[in-house]
Design a protein around this ligand. Structure first.
Ligand code: HEC
Length: 215
């Protein structure tokens, strides 16, 4: 067997396969099997609550009908709905959620993705995406205002004239200033992306509701 070229290639091929299986499957499983998976309630954080309260002030009528008060429980519920819509509408066909350590992607989209970021309910199934027609969304949270997202989901061309992104009018009760339950949930979800990172924009004027902030 070792005398023929094909024998050497066969053994080499099997060897590479075994090595890839070891490094890409066995080692990661052994390394991360004890890392607990976070629930959507656990991944709610002050940055996200800021955005969720902002939604309740910006669209008081729609928000009240959809989620009542901007509590942590309601926020976790919005995240779960938003996550389902993101999958259902096929946003992942055009958007990735993975900043790679190549091509200076971190200069464009922020810190390179870390393993822990994927260890939560909202990454099941993992939403790395398939293509990059639009920008990577891993660091989208806090980059735009809630109002910007509402108008953009209603009609992307209003903000980005050449955008190939589809319109999502069914996330609204008629106009971009009336996002419905699903619209509010999707905005909450995109504001959550990367919200636990230090690089998330800092809000100096943030006053939580009930602590001196206007209702
Ligand atoms: C056909 C491909 C396509 C689909 C499907 C799509 N998008 Fe986009 N999206 C784009 C492109 C291209 C851009 C950049 C131009 C623009 O701003 O509209 C973009 C921009 C965005 C932005 C702004 C990013 C930034 O900060 O500049 C967000 C947020 C976004 N998309 C979210 C979504 C969500 C959520 C969905 C699903 C409901 C979705 N997209 C579906 C192509 C797509």
């Amino acid at each position: 067997m070792f005398e023929s070229k094909s024998g050497i290639f066969l053994i080499g091929g099997l060897g590479f396969f075994a090595f890839a299986f070891l490094s890409n499957a066995v080692v990661p499983i052994l390394m991360y099997r004890d890392l607990p998976e976070k629930t959507s309630y656990e991944v709610v954080n002050p940055n996200l609550i800021y955005q969720f309260e902002d939604l309740s002030r910006r669209y008081p009528k729609q928000f009240k009908a959809a989620f009542g008060k901007p509590t942590r429980e309601a926020c976790a519920e919005a995240l779960e709905i938003g996550h389902k819509i993101y999958i259902g509408e096929g946003c992942w066909h055009c958007h990735s959620q993975f900043v790679r350590p190549v091509s200076n992607e971190d200069r464009r989209w922020g810190p390179v993705a870390q393993t822990e970021e994927y260890q939560n309910e909202l990454q099941r199934p993992v939403l790395f995406g398939t293509r990059r027609v639009g920008p990577d969304l891993s660091r989208e949270g806090g980059r735009r205002s809630n109002g910007w997202h509402a108008v953009h989901f209603f009609r992307p061309k209003m903000l980005s004239p050449d955008s190939p992104m589809p319109e999502y009018p069914w996330l609204f009760d008629g106009s971009p200033d009336k996002p419905n339950r699903r619209g509010l949930a999707l905005i909450t979800y995109v504001q959550w992306l990367g919200s636990w990172l230090e690089s998330y924009p800092y809000y100096e004027d943030y006053v939580p509701i009930g602590q001196g902030g206007e209702e």
